[in-house]
Ligand binder design. Structure first.
Ligand code: SF4
Length: 263
């Protein structure tokens, strides 16, 4: 393996472990027949692992455990920003720990805050229909938000809140390493791509999300920005564009037999 790639992967793993609270490294590395997935990262390696995963049962226990630790030890009791004061509970995200696609929204709303689950309100129901129309089940993908706590009255998150919370999202994505990320709405797209461009300019083509958090550094994941389902509920005529975006995602994943997105 190329030494530069090896170094990038080691740095990425150490960052992830640090975010998970690891303070020391075992002298004897545990051997496991099913731990190969996390030894690779980046789009092409990840695609290969997911293709392989369709042919044989895959052990997701490592990813499940890493997500559990991140949630239990860091997110659940987080008080890094003032949003902790008004929340009922944090909303970490849910779904497959070995997803081909991760959908990332902006922040929990009223229903999400109440139930502790991402995308369970009306917008969540539309997202479920979109996922289904793409030929997948909701439990096969992973769904989360940039922010883990609900902003009061669903106001836009501040730059400080996004800065405080986005390391959790980055840690989640380092664990999940999907083939494709779908950013739902401008705040998610802008945060993940570190850009000020609006969703209208960003959508309709793939971008690169860098796991290192630094553009151009280390492995990346293909990212498709599209409209947030809540926006689509208010502007049904824009569903056509969102479906165009999802068809590009399906094409990238090799998904066939697309169904029409019902209104
Ligand atoms: S929004 Fe994020 S950073 Fe702020 S308190 Fe909640 S979990 Fe912590």
């Amino acid at each position: 393996m190329d030494l530069t790639i090896l170094k990038q992967r080691l740095i990425q793993q150490l960052r992830s472990d640090q975010l998970l609270g690891l303070r020391s490294i075992p002298l004897v590395w545990p051997t496991s027949k099913t731990s190969t997935k996390k030894q690779t990262s980046g789009r092409s390696a990840n695609t290969q692992s997911r293709v392989a995963s369709s042919a044989a049962p895959v052990d997701d226990s490592s990813q499940v455990e890493q997500l559990r630790i991140l949630n239990e030890t860091q997110v659940k009791n987080c008080k890094k920003c003032s949003l902790c004061e008004g929340r009922t509970q944090t909303v970490f995200g849910q779904g497959s720990a070995l997803p081909r696609v991760v959908f990332v929204g902006e922040a929990p709303g009223y229903e999400e805050d109440k139930q502790g689950l991402a995308f369970v309100g009306r917008a969540g129901q539309l997202l479920t229909r979109i996922i289904s129309a793409m030929g997948m089940k909701r439990e096969e993908v992973y769904i989360c938000n940039v922010l883990k706590c609900r902003p009061p009255q669903n106001r836009d998150p501040s730059a400080e809140e996004i800065l405080a919370c986005s390391p959790y999202l980055r840690a989640q994505l380092e664990i999940l390493q999907p083939e494709v990320l779908v950013a739902l709405g401008a705040p998610a797209a802008k945060t993940l791509l570190n850009t000020a461009d609006g969703i209208g300019r960003l959508r309709g083509r793939f971008h690169d999300y860098y796991l290192s958090g630094v553009t151009g550094e280390g492995p990346s994941i293909a990212l498709m920005p599209t409209y947030h389902p809540a926006y689509l509920l208010r502007n049904p005529s824009e569903k056509v564009k969102a479906w165009d975006d999802m068809q590009l995602v399906m094409s990238r994943l090799g998904l066939t037999d697309p169904r029409k997105l019902s209104s």
